[in-house]
Design a protein around this ligand. Structure first.
Ligand code: MN
Ligand code: MN
Ligand code: MN
Length: 290
């Protein structure tokens, strides 16, 4: 049974609908799939429907952006209750942080002669929350720049005229939000924050001290050495280990649904946590005969 506990749909920066995501999951023999869109749970109801249709178990999830000092980190919430008032409040607060930023980006663009950028970007966002990629698409469509890269280089990138920083909650707050929503908090891809190993260990240590439950030991295709290192750290802190592809869209072989290594022996997989029990397929449904 393949557990893929990190994926995105077009409700955030993924490109597939929940229906297409789950069809792909079934083709790739994923038995349990967590949908973890960035700072939104808007896709989960559709995911539930698709999961049922394809016979793949859904773990309801979210990927919160948060701040660890000056470092922008991601905290996954798994087994969250999408109906929880607490969770809806925290998602709303994240959406507001994104909206405030989009508004500020549009204001900056206005000042450098790009009118109506917020509306323009919204047309590209579809079901997703407006973000920089949509502003970039709008700038290209307006003929202000030749391509997406140029949009970042000229307007949206670090230090450029429409560069606006996010104000995310502190990591401990994101952990509290997830717990209040009935879920387990997982530190996503600890090796992807461009930290030294010492600092990465400090991040994971802080995450554990703040009540975090698990570390994403495997995020897509990665080197065995990294997997083993993260597994040791995770085990040493008594945390659960999680794994997922971080799938966003097809044609990215390093982030393909269900395509990643196995969790090393010795770690406790997060699906052993009691919170998971209600989301796991029954042995009969999974085709396993006891
Ligand atoms: Mn993403
Ligand atoms: Mn992430
Ligand atoms: Mn992700």
């Amino acid at each position: 049974m393949i557990f893929d506990l990190h994926s995105h749909t077009h409700f955030s920066d993924g490109r597939l609908s929940p229906a297409d995501l789950f069809a792909r999951a079934r083709e790739r023999k994923v038995g349990v799939l967590a949908v973890t869109d960035h700072d939104t749970i808007a896709g989960l109801a559709f995911a539930q429907e698709a999961a049922h249709k394809e016979g793949v178990a859904l773990v309801p999830g979210v990927e919160f952006s948060a701040a660890w000092g000056k470092v922008n980190v991601h905290v996954l919430g798994l087994c969250i209750d999408p109906g929880s008032d607490h969770l809806q409040t925290s998602v709303k607060s994240q959406e507001e942080a994104r909206s405030r930023r989009s508004l500020a980006i549009a204001e900056r663009l206005e000042k450098v002669g790009v009118a109506d950028a917020l509306e323009g970007a919204r047309a590209f966002a579809g079901d997703a929350i407006v973000g920089r990629p949509h502003f970039a698409q709008f700038l290209v469509a307006q003929g202000k720049v030749k391509n997406i890269n140029a949009a970042f280089k000229k307007y949206l990138g670090t230090g450029k005229s429409a560069d606006v920083k996010y104000e995310w909650p502190d990591m401990d707050e994101a952990i509290r939000w997830i717990h209040a929503g009935g879920g387990l908090a997982v530190l996503a891809h600890p090796a992807k924050y461009e930290l030294t190993r010492t600092k990465m260990c400090r991040l994971i240590g802080d995450f554990a001290a703040q009540g975090g439950d698990a570390v994403e030991v495997i995020n897509g295709r990665q080197e065995n050495r990294l997997t083993e290192d993260l597994a040791r750290i995770t085990q040493g802190l008594g945390l659960y280990a999680s794994c997922g592809s971080d799938f966003h869209f097809p044609d990215q072989p390093w982030q393909e649904l269900g395509q990643f290594g196995c969790l090393p022996n010795g770690v406790t997989p997060i699906w052993a946590a009691p919170e998971f029990a209600q989301y796991l397929p029954s042995p009969a449904a999974a085709g396993v005969h006891a």
